[in-house]
Write a protein that binds this ligand. Sequence first.
Ligand SMILES: Nc1ncnc2c1ncn2[C@@H]1O[C@H](COP(=O)(O)OP(=O)(O)OP(=O)(O)O)[C@@H](O)[C@H]1O
Length: 695
Amino acid sequence: MARRFVLQPREPSPADPGLTLDYAADLDSQQHAAATAGDGVTLVVAGAGTGKTRTLVYRVAYLVETGVPPEQIVLLTFTRRAASEMLTRAAGLLDGRCERVRGGTFHAYCLELLRRHSERIGYPQRFGVLDAADAADVVDLARTRLGLDRLPKRFPKKRTLLAMFSAATNRGLELDEVLAEEYPQYAEHLDLIERLRGAYAETKRRTGVMDFDDLLALALELLRENPDVRRQVAGRIRHVLVDEYQDVNLLQADLVEQFQSVHGNAMMVGDDAQSIYRFRGADVGHILEVQKRYNGARVLKLEHNYRSTQPILDLANRVLDEAVEKYDKRLFTDREGGDLPALVAAPDDDMEARFVAQVVLDKREAGTDLNRMAVLFRSGWCSYALEAELNRRKIPFVKFGGLKLTEAAHVKDVVAHLRVAENPADAVAWNRALRLVEGVGPTTAGRLLDWIGAAATGGGPAAAVQMLRQSVDEVVPSASVAASVGRLVEALTPLRDDDMPPEEQVERLLGYYRPVFERVYADDFPKREADLDAVVALAARHRSRTALLESLALDPLDWTQEPAEGARKDEPPLVLSTIHSAKGLEFDTVFLIHALDGVLPSAYALASSDEEDEERRLLYVALTRAETELYASYPLVQYRRGTGQYLTEPSRFLSGLPESLLEPWSLVEEATPPASGDALPEADRPALPRSSGGA
Ligand SMILES: Nc1ncnc2c1ncn2[C@@H]1O[C@H](COP(=O)(O)OP(=O)(O)OP(=O)(O)O)[C@@H](O)[C@H]1O
């Protein structure tokens, strides 16, 4: 075999007068070392707020200006937006070449690879991508296929089955190991669950669809089993940069290894203390073991925090001290002064909500914009009382981390029709579209699906639509139902024209779908209208239906709630967010609400020290979002269905900390009415004296 000789680009020294940017002046010394590091594998352990993004942006610029072709740099990030923002910033610093760097998520990058080499893995080029809800429907199909109409009484639900399959795939475990570790109560059903997993995989192949895990697993298989493809792909990746490396799963860590296998240049950036996606298969072990995987990898640290005051960092450092496994690092800042973070005990949910709303209003009055303040919580339900309070006071807010636009039923309907047009073998999408037709129940849909399945395997995708058109009368018992199915087929036929711009496809589809929509969601369709418009607007931003469907599946949009009625339209709203969705963001003031034991840490995450550590890191992420003021609050009583009210405990990670780190506050109603003209009714206004230690 011919020997391959890889030419390396010339390395100018950092002080090279030929460089456009002054890296040493723009970056601190640790950032500078990372941005201008030489070839090889480098791990950058970047503490919260230490300018990880800035460092990566400069790294991209540095590589480009030292002669690495931008097309041969791959920047993998957690969201597509993160990549495009970094590349835009790099282009702003240097020049437009930086925009030619290939950036995106692991899933998107793998999807592109798989489309290019689909024949090698036995998939059609136009395979579809399933989101979690679609995947659950495919599990149903698989179950029917196995003839399992009846399952044992205590058997995992669809979503649980998927979580089991996913854990096995992402963590490289056998199903019995996953069951033993996480679902011992279902261990007796191992055989049946294995069979279902097999049928699920077979159904996906037969119907030409992949779930999210398949994108990674099949890309890895493609590279591992086809050395020529691997050499071609990795040969074009001169440098791979990975952001948020603390949250990669086994497949992603293995993929990075494949990507750097020709040139040997990889930079992973991450903070082990912010690894919070264990429930998705992320494993902090990968960042902790980079040097084991890559012999000779260098490890650099970023510890200078530019975001928070020292009292906030002291609390965050302290919370982290107790974590079991970690890289040693200590955040510090040059910022002088700063108030102590507060631990606020509120009598109940309502008082906690009033406390937050009042401080928000006071701070707005004093000149802090609403969108510089954020309320963070462990789970979506924690903010219900607060949302009501904000609405009452007409404080505009957006909430992140709840439903995604693409999870709304009516948006899924529209997407299902587009998916049928894209891949007529997609049985799950057909099923959804057919079940929306008036008069089509499970039996008729099942019969139609059989016809379609046969046509799709026999005569190819186009034949499926044709076949359905011919077979409607035979399969559907009533003439009026047949006519309705006929209308669906008529609506889908023009969409098969690939040259039609995606927004026109959606508009046309809505012509058919609107009456269906008004019938199916008769109670509240006017409220849902805006989402359909959002899909049209989104379609207009994509060059093809394939691209539109990919972006809907891979990068679900956050669902943003309309500002409260009467709110000033031009005022950027207060941010409400789950901690997971606040990753990477920063705010002047942060309220962490419901900082309760059983909520943070979650009562469901206390089985092992790994799980408890993950909850601790989640708290750390929340605390380190704050620049100037930080309030952790908790209601002293909670209500549980069945047992009624009970007394709570504050988060075990915060209780018992010295008052020099976290100042306890209690809330009391003010006895004397304040002067008139305030935003609040007098009786509603809680005063906020400090119960101890305060002025
Ligand atoms: N060298 C620097 N000089 C001044 N400010 C800086 C410097 N580096 C970063 N910053 C500022 O510090 C803040 C934090 O930076 P950035 O958002 O990149 O942090 P991060 O490490 O990605 O944070 P996290 O991991 O907590 O999300 C930003 O406001 C950024 O502008």
